[in-house]
Write a protein that binds this ligand. Structure first.
Ligand SMILES: Cc1cc2nc3c(=O)[nH]c(=O)nc-3n(C[C@H](O)[C@H](O)[C@H](O)COP(=O)(O)O)c2cc1C
Length: 220
């Protein structure tokens, strides 16, 4: 809560903020390429960004009509591939595609097409995982093999005019792979001077700026 104290004064004229109704609320989260197993044993790739981590769990928001969500709930295994900013054009090459055939009508209307091999479309290199069946994406510096632990739908009433609902899928990290170039030598720490995520900010791609400082808990 904002307090009217010397430390946090309210804005002078009270007009610094205006009320808006943005079409999306994507203030900025990392892009994740979700590898999931299709029924025929091939790997699908789903770009997504509604993801966050707490301890060894990562929570993913995936729409119900996405192939990645369907595969995750059936196979209970995924790889979360974290791309660096230089990969954004490859990601955008697979963005208007789905592994679902036929293409859901609301996606068809806005130009999505079916693609069975997104490694080929995005020019990504498949790499076997150790503990799960979906393939990793070699170009992504961080890859997390994960198991699905729980899932649930949106709370409350879902508005009828929305074409699709979503599932919140909670996964447990089983193994983390990091490119040796982003690891502090001899440690389990990511070198933040070498790694930076690709961010999805109000439907635009961004890299991150310079390091501003570290929190008191940072180990390196
Ligand atoms: C950068 C980016 C971020 C996205 N974030 C999400 C997301 O968080 N959740 C989601 O369900 N779809 C997200 N999408 C849309 C999916 O990529 C889209 O539904 C796609 O068709 C999924 O592929 P699939 O049907 O083969 O799983 C995002 C797309 C892009 C390009």
């Amino acid at each position: 809560m904002l307090m009217n104290t010397a430390q946090s004064k309210p804005a002078e004229n009270g007009h610094d903020h205006i009320v808006i109704k943005p079409s999306v609320l994507y203030v900025g989260t990392p892009v994740v390429l979700i590898s999931s197993l299709n029924q025929d044993g091939t790997t699908n790739i789903s770009p997504m960004s509604s993801a966050w981590a707490l301890f060894d769990r990562i929570v993913l928001g995936l729409t119900c009509t996405s192939k990645g969500g369907e595969n995750a709930l059936r196979e209970r295994q995924l790889v979360l591939n974290f791309p660096s900013p230089d990969l954004w054009r490859k990601i955008e090459a697979i963005a208007p595609t789905t592994g679902r055939n036929p293409v859901p009508s609301h996606k068809k209307k806005i130009g999505y097409r079916f693609e069975s091999d997104k490694f080929d479309v995005g020019d990504f290199t498949p790499q076997a995982a150790d503990l799960v069946r979906p393939l990793r994406i070699a170009e992504c510096p961080i890859q997390i093999e994960a198991e699905v632990m729980a899932s649930h739908g949106p709370g409350g009433e879902w508005p009828q005019e929305r074409p699709e609902a979503f599932r919140i899928i909670e996964v447990k990290a089983a193994r983390v792979h990091a490119h040796r170039g982003i690891v502090v030598p001899g440690t389990n720490h990511i070198d933040t001077s070498q790694w930076s995520p690709l961010l999805y900010v109000f439907r635009h791609y961004f890299g991150v700026g310079p390091d501003l400082g570290r929190t008191f808990k940072a180990e390196v």
